[in-house]
Design a protein around this ligand. Structure first.
Ligand SMILES: Cc1cc2nc3c(=O)[nH]c(=O)nc-3n(C[C@H](O)[C@H](O)[C@H](O)COP(=O)(O)OP(=O)(O)OC[C@H]3O[C@@H](n4cnc5c(N)ncnc54)[C@H](O)[C@@H]3O)c2cc1C
Ligand code: SF4
Length: 550
């Protein structure tokens, strides 16, 4: 076992330094430490205990719980703020026509944001990697689906994904291996919803999920208690912390409360050192042969801009001026109604079935596709709020809560953005974090492509409402974020208009990799973390080949 070496002053040296311990960073750490390399992970946030987070959730005020405050139960490191909404902080300043629809909820903590994700593990369609050449919009990837496919299989294995092995229920069905585990069984609501809509030409399919349907690498079987967001109390849902723990057991060293802020480069523009502030604001230096920034779609471009130096005055990896541009998320909205029969959502995980589509078609040259998740988070909270508003008390109140919880439907709709250079993260000139480092500013405009896609989705929803004899049918008017941040260090074959190559290696720095959502040149319409993980594994292979060359 080869370990990082620390000096008496607390400086470090390792074969590989990885900044960020979320799913992407931790999975890469696990790969490289397994191959005998010494790995140091620098993580800005605190180390937290699952049991404590569960307790914190139990003790949160009702308003925070019913308002889906998934951030508040995770304690923040004083030096590494993340965006908060209950109450709102001003860590990220949003502007532009759809700035308010880009309110991301990521965590800065050991293990990263997948502590409170929904664990939907989708693949892109093959055509999603060829949007420009097929539909004349967006960008093509420099790699094909066929090249990425083996990494999707590996990522599914690493994250323990349960999915449908019947090809007619897969999206996409182009796969070289079955899912590692059988799909999470559908609850009554998923079955009934699919029965009704699929009879009318829709395609409601099981969501592939990072949840165990049998004991899996130390994780127990999902018991369907519906608490996944903001935390799975028993660890049946995959979290980045699972890979952190695996990597640590093999000798990787994780330093919590280590905020990276600066780098050194040599005459060939290779990275020679990364600097971090510890909890006491003391600066330390880490030297390595390879560096990975896996800080997520917002913090990676921010760090690259913060790390500008004399040789890279516009920021690291930024000779193309593309760092921080092309920001994307699957902006979406909700549709709620009371059905004419009980649907009984709330049994099983937070999300289990999804209406994909139309996910692809000639229309994509003009407007975005959509996906509609049957939200399976129990309706008891909103049902109670609505029943109280009616002024009911006693038995009548009880009956109304039961009725609304059983008959209520909430569909969460996502849309597919295109990479646009003006959707951009920059460094604030006025707001600083507690270490004096500039906070992020983000401009966001979803554009006509998404707006037209939303109109098409509205028509589809009205038809679905009719199928269920919907009353109190409502479609939210403003767009909401879906926390799938992509684009800020975009991948491409031309160093003049992209930041990384098909292995997520920076065009400008031969020993710097920037894997994760930021690298993705197209968003598809599905959640993107499995693609981020696949890109992380591909980067790990490239790092290992590079290190082996000496
Ligand atoms: C509520 C919610 C639900 C979601 N559900 C889904 C879903 O169902 N399916 C899906 O595909 N995706 C989902 N996502 C998105 C998913 O969580 C992210 O895509 C994923 O966590 C990104 O992984 P990452 O490793 O790139 O970044 P993160 O998990 O965010 O980890 C990055 C880490 O880097 C650290 N870091 C940042 N800056 C520095 C620095 N300067 N120095 C040191 N460390 C630093 C951070 O502290 C953090 O711990 C969801 C997200 C949210 C918020
Ligand atoms: S349903 Fe329960 S056991 Fe299953 S992943 Fe969600 S919280 Fe964990």
């Amino acid at each position: 076992m080869k370990l990082p070496i620390f000096s008496a002053e607390g400086d470090a040296t390792a074969d590989v330094v990885i900044v960020g311990s979320g799913v992407v960073g931790a999975m890469i750490a696990d790969q490289l430490v397994s191959q005998g390399y010494s790995v140091l992970m620098l993580e800005a946030g605190l180390r937290i205990e699952r049991a404590q987070a569960v307790e914190n959730w139990r003790n949160m005020p009702f308003e925070s719980r019913v308002g889906s405050d998934f951030q508040g139960l995770y304690p923040q490191a004083p030096n590494a703020p993340a965006p908060l909404y209950f109450p709102k902080n001003n860590y990220i300043a949003l502007s532009g026509p759809d700035g308010n629809g880009f309110q991301q909820g990521y965590l800065r903590t050991v293990g990263g944001t997948t502590w409170h994700w929904a664990a939907s593990c989708w693949r892109h369609l093959p055509v999603d990697l060829k949007m420009k050449s097929t539909y004349g919009v967006g960008r093509d990837w420099p790699i094909s689906y066929e090249e990425l496919e083996p990494y999707y299989c590996r990522a599914e294995e690493e994250m323990g994904v349960a999915g449908p092995n019947d090809a007619s229920m897969q999206s996409p069905s182009e796969r070289s291996k079955p899912y590692p585990m059988d799909m999470v069984p559908w609850g009554y609501g998923d079955k009934r919803f699919a029965e009704v809509v699929n009879a009318h030409g829709y395609n409601s399919v099981p969501i592939p999920q990072g949840r165990s349907t049998r004991p899996w690498q130390g994780r127990p079987t999902c018991c369907g208690n519906n608490n996944c967001q903001p935390i799975c109390p028993i660890g049946a849902m995959y979290n980045g912390i699972h890979h952190v723990q695996r990597a640590e057991m093999k000798g990787a060293k994780v330093l919590a409360e280590a905020v990276v802020y600066k780098v050194d480069t040599d005459q060939n523009n290779r990275i020679t050192a990364a600097y971090w502030y510890d909890a006491g604001k003391q600066s330390h230096k880490a030297t390595a042969r390879a560096f990975v920034f896996a800080c997520n779609g917002i913090e990676t471009p921010r760090l690259l801009l913060l790390a500008a130096n004399a040789a890279n005055p516009n920021g690291l990896a930024n000779s193309s001026d593309q760092v921080g541009r092309n920001m994307m998320d699957h902006s979406g909205f909700h549709c709620t109604f009371l059905a004419n029969e009980p649907i009984w959502t709330g049994r099983g995980p937070a999300q289990s079935s999804c209406l994909v589509g139309p996910r692809d078609g000639a229309f994509r040259s003009e407007y975005s596709s959509n996906k509609m998740i049957l939200n399976n988070i129990t309706r008891v909270g909103p049902a109670t709020q609505q029943a109280l508003k009616l002024g009911l008390v006693g038995q009548e109140l009880d009956d109304e809560i039961r009725r609304r919880a059983a008959f209520g439907v909430d569909l969460s709709i996502s849309l597919e953005p295109l990479p646009e250079a003006n959707n951009r993260l920059t460094l604030s000139k006025t707001r600083k974090d507690p270490l004096g480092l500039a906070c992020p500013d983000i401009y966001y405009d979803v554009g006509e492509y998404v707006r037209k896609g939303a109109e098409a989705a509205h028509k589809q929803l009205e038809h679905i409402g009719q199928l269920f004899g919907a009353v109190e049918f409502n479609i939210t008017t403003s767009l909401n974020a879906n926390n799938h941040v992509m684009g800020g260090v975009i991948m491409g074959s031309d160093p003049k208009d992209s930041v990384v190559n098909g292995n997520c290696r920076a065009h400008d720095h031969a020993n710097l990799w920037l894997p994760g959502g930021g690298a993705m040149p197209s968003a598809s319409v599905v959640n993107s973390t499995l693609s981020m993980a696949a890109l992380g594994l591909r980067a790990a292979d490239d790092i290992s080949k590079t290190l082996a060359k000496g």
